[in-house]
Design a protein around this ligand. Structure first.
Ligand SMILES: *Cc1c(COP(=O)(O)O)cnc(C)c1O
Length: 753
């Protein structure tokens, strides 16, 4: 059915290619306000005034800003592209000024993928930086630029996941600028990170610096992402190789090298740009090497250039304590594979003897002196340690009892403007109850009357149907494309339905659709609900209620058990389809990324999360569903403990008793497949009944709207940023401070803080 929503509101980002217009003087003027220059480059999308004021805040001697370090940052332009939105709104398709026109064309037509992320951690970083930009908090992000991205995924029905390097061209990506040296604009701005071999001989890794501009929706503030790119002719080839793929784990040395490039690149990059942040935020421990630079700086100040010889152990420890006062640390997972531990011997070939001495004092694992433990080091050296949900706080305190007192919780969020679908955004724009939701997600707290507003309920369902149709059509097209490609490539279509008739491979948007998409790793148990196919098929055939199960996600190329999970999902497709008389269609969508995520969370009817409790520290894809009013069905783990609201917003299943260290294992025998899948089978029929039974369907919609009123105000990165700002101890402009307090009042992840 066609959506009968009112015409696009002015701010809607969905406008199709606009007609060419003759240029009004107003349009020219507006565009001139969208270009700005400083000594590092020329930037599009902001006025000179905005560039100057943000830069001034980041470089002021007071240091009232934050440098945010993350191994990965996910901020693809196909899910949030404020500059293109503005060009579309103004119906600008070209510009008489040649320099400006080049930018206009690039921003309207340039590539939209920046494959510098692997999953939740990176997307959280991107969402966080976008909210800092929206809230006008002076922050600079720092990460690496990976020329071959993470990896691109194809899936073959027999082989399973096939990985190959992502193709992308930083230089043709809108909003991504190669900075130039102020004294010589023909040269890129570069920084160096030293490495040492066993004989103490130094070699130098050299990075050029890219700036990805994270602009807010109103284009009057931005957060720069400083991306260090070690693919330079000056870098030794082994460094260039090590820096190409995000999370390359081909050897311990490559892993350790990547961490060093990030951690030791931060201070040189800040100095090259003049960034003065007093506070450094570690988004996970990968960049904790920054502490080494800061310790060296303090010692040099105290002892002069001979500091390496003169410093005593005591003075090194004292410097580390001083540095710790500047560090805020977020820990993201209790899963051991997520904590960096490297054999001391790996460092023989990477660092100087002095650096080794510092690491021996700060990073040696307590009970195993042949290992440096960087999670433990990050845990020790900070002024605030944050876990990412209330339950994760409890878990982290049990994993690190010696730091239990300083571990607090700031529950994650998502950037609501990024994750709200176009159809839902249009809906929210339409109702006065939600006025200003784009700037202020707290307005959703006032949306309770919408529960009884018939017009809202109808419009909500129409917008949802639009999203489901987009998803169903995408998947149908994919199944048919795979079938057609079969003869042209060596890849066998992954999905059973590509081998059936075209009619069978066509998805109906009226069919109940359950979504699951995230990284495929053991503890996330992607195949949990297929434990008993007979039982699952029976509950579907019982009432002839068709179901789509849509799955997506990548496994790290060297994670064999993770890749097996993908095979397991493919392996049950046929059986489930046949046993359910063709009512259950289970489909795996290859190439999970932010765009697909957005389409899925908005278009599904329920969002599934089935991790082993308590290993999902937070999880964020369920929050993205909530932003679209889509209920979750989830294990009581991570954020869902806080977002479940006694069942008003969705369903729970599985183990939920207290947590203790024996639950932290990922061993196959402790994964609780039997128990937790059985629990799912008791919940699933009720979900189908509420969805399909016309007498009960209203209750389903109640749950959807409860997501808007109860979860949208809380699980967004504006509220999360406000909680972090309190930890940063920043001096902000009074109106910014006020805005932050408003968001903070909505929720307190840490009731006692
Ligand atoms: C949100 C997101 C994730 C994280 O999902 P979780 O449920 O938190 O694991 C991973 N990958 C992509 C592409 C996402 O958009």
């Amino acid at each position: 059915m066609k959506s009968s929503l009112p015409p696009h509101s002015k701010t809607s980002p969905t406008k199709a290619a606009a007609p060419k217009v003759h240029f009004s003087s107003e349009g020219k003027h507006l565009l001139r306000d969208m270009i700005a220059t400083n000594k590092f480059g020329t930037f599009f999308g902001i006025s000179q005034k905005v560039l100057d004021s943000v830069w001034q805040a980041l470089t002021s001697p007071a240091g009232e800003s934050v440098t945010y370090i993350s191994m990965e940052i996910g901020a693809d332009l196909d899910v949030f592209h404020p500059v293109r939105n503005k060009l579309n709104r103004l119906e600008i398709t070209e510009h008489p000024d040649e320099a400006i026109n080049r930018f206009v064309q690039l921003f309207l037509q340039g590539p939209v993928k920046i494959p510098n992320y692997s999953g939740g951690l990176g997307i959280l970083a991107g969402d966080t930086l976008k909210s800092f930009a929206d809230c006008k908090i002076p922050v600079a992000g720092v990460s690496l630029l990976y020329r071959k991205g993470y990896f691109s995924q194809m899936v073959d029905s027999k082989i399973g996941q096939v990985a190959w390097a992502s193709q992308w061209e930083p230089k043709n990506t809108p909003g991504l600028y190669l900075l130039h040296a102020p004294e010589n604009p023909a040269q890129p701005l570069t920084i160096e990170v030293p490495f040492y071999d066993q004989a103490g001989k130094q070699s130098v890794a050299c990075a050029q610096i890219w700036l990805k501009m994270e602009l807010n929706e109103t284009l009057d503030f931005f957060v720069p992402e400083i991306l260090l790119d070690f693919q330079t002719p000056q870098s030794p080839s082994w460094i260039q190789d090590a820096a190409q793929h995000l999370y390359d784990s081909s050897s311990e040395k490559v892993k350790a090298t990547q961490r060093r490039l990030l951690g030791l690149g931060v201070i040189p990059a800040m100095e090259a740009l003049g960034i003065t942040s007093r506070t450094i935020h570690l988004n996970e421990q990968h960049g904790v090497g920054v502490v080494l630079s800061l310790v060296a700086k303090l010692l040099e100040k105290k002892y002069g250039p001979q500091y390496e010889k003169k410093a005593t152990d005591q003075s090194i420890l004292a410097a580390a304590t001083e540095v710790a006062k500047r560090i805020v640390f977020t820990i993201h997972t209790p899963v051991i594979a997520g904590h960096d531990r490297f054999n001391v011997s790996v460092y023989e070939d990477l660092i100087s003897p002095f650096c080794k001495r510092v690491l021996n004092l700060l990073a040696l694992e307590e009970h195993n002196h042949s290992v440096y433990n960087f999670t433990a080091m990050a845990m020790k050296l900070n002024r605030a340690t944050n876990s990412v949900s209330r339950l994760h706080k409890e878990v982290t305190q049990k994993q690190f009892p010696q730091y239990a007192d300083k571990i607090t919780a700031i529950t994650n969020g998502v950037h609501h403007l990024t994750w709200t679908s176009d159809a839902k955004a249009e809906l929210y724009d339409t109702f006065p109850e939600l006025r200003n939701w784009r700037k202020d997600p707290s307005v959703f707290t006032k949306a309770a009357p919408l529960h009884r507003n018939k017009k809202f309920r109808t419009y909500f369902e129409q917008a949802w149907r639009t999203d489901t149709k987009i998803l169903a059509e995408y998947v149908t097209r994919m199944l048919i494309t795979h079938r057609n490609q079969r003869l042209a490539t060596w890849i066998d279509p992954p999905n059973y339905l590509s081998y059936r008739s075209e009619k069978e491979a066509t998805l109906e948007h009226t069919t109940f659709t359950l979504g699951f998409a995230r990284r495929f790793s053991t503890y996330k148990r992607a195949d949990l609900i297929f434990e008993d196919i007979d039982r699952l098929a029976a509950m579907i055939t019982e009432n002839n209620w068709p179901v789509h199960f849509l799955y997506a996600g990548k496994a790290h190329p060297s994670d064999e058990p993770g890749k097996d999970l993908i095979k397991n999902v493919l392996a049950v497709q046929e059986e489930l389809y046949l046993k359910s008389n063709g009512l259950a269609k289970l489909i795996f969508i290859p190439g999970y990324d932010m765009h697909l995520a957005k389409m899925m969370v908005a278009g599904c009817h329920a969002w599934l999360n089935s991790p082993k409790r308590p290993l999902e520290a937070s999880g964020t894809s369920g929050m993205k569903a909530a932003m679209n009013g889509v209920p979750n069905v989830s294990i009581m783990d991570g954020w869902w403990v806080e977002g479940y609201h006694d069942g008003r917003t969705g369903w729970k299943f599985g183990y939920e008793e207290s947590v203790s260290p024996e639950h932290f294992s990922e061993h196959p025998s402790s994964l609780l497949y039997n128990e937790d899948s059985a629990s799912f089978y008791t919940v699933f029929p009720e979900m189908l009944r509420l969805f399909y039974d016309p007498a009960l369907h209203d209750q389903y919609i109640d749950k959807c709207i409860a997501n808007l009123t109860l979860n949208c105000p809380i699980f967004n990165t504006h509220r999360m940023a406000a909680e972090y700002v309190a930890r940063y101890d920043l001096e902000l402009a009074p109106e910014t401070q006020q805005e932050m307090e408003k968001f903070r009042k909505l929720y307190c992840s840490e009731p006692s803080f």
